[in-house]
Design a protein around this ligand. Structure first.
Ligand code: SF4
Ligand code: SF4
Length: 120
């Protein structure tokens, strides 16, 4: 993926129109069934080529709601295949053959720890 919208989400819709690649869906279309917004990992480009930082996180009013996730690349496809994934949702690993852009300056440790994209 890239970024995750966590269960801190208050479904305010501030992020959805900010995404340049339409990677975000609302709670009605969340494939995990959770009552919050959701970022499709195979669509999110971490705003690389569009903005200096993830636009969704910049727009989000809820502190710590949007966190980093592992890059959605073949190298990390196992990460998306099981309980590591948000809500335990088993994302189709075949989709991880996609090599999505990601911000190389964000460490793998911070991604694995799901560090908030914006911190005070
Ligand atoms: S980081 Fe950018 S591309 Fe990814 S979901 Fe947020 S706004 Fe969309
Ligand atoms: S801006 Fe934040 S709180 Fe609002 S819908 Fe998006 S992720 Fe949820």
């Amino acid at each position: 993926m890239a970024v995750i919208i966590t269960d801190l989400c208050i479904n305010c819709a501030a992020c959805i129109d900010e995404c340049p690649v339409e990677a975000i869906v609302d709670e009605d279309d969340n494939p995990t069934g959770e009552e919050c917004y959701y970022v499709y990992p195979d669509k999110c480009v971490e705003c690389v080529g569009y903005h200096d930082t993830p636009a969704c996180a910049e727009a989000c009013p809820t502190e710590g709601c949007i966190t980093w996730d592992m890059p959605f690349t073949s190298e990390h496809k196992d990460f998306f295949s099981g309980a590591n994934y948000v809500g335990g949702h088993n994302y189709g690993v075949e989709d991880a053959d996609a090599e999505m852009p990601f911000r190389k300056e964000v460490s793998m440790d911070d991604r694995q720890a799901r560090k908030p994209v914006i911190e005070d």
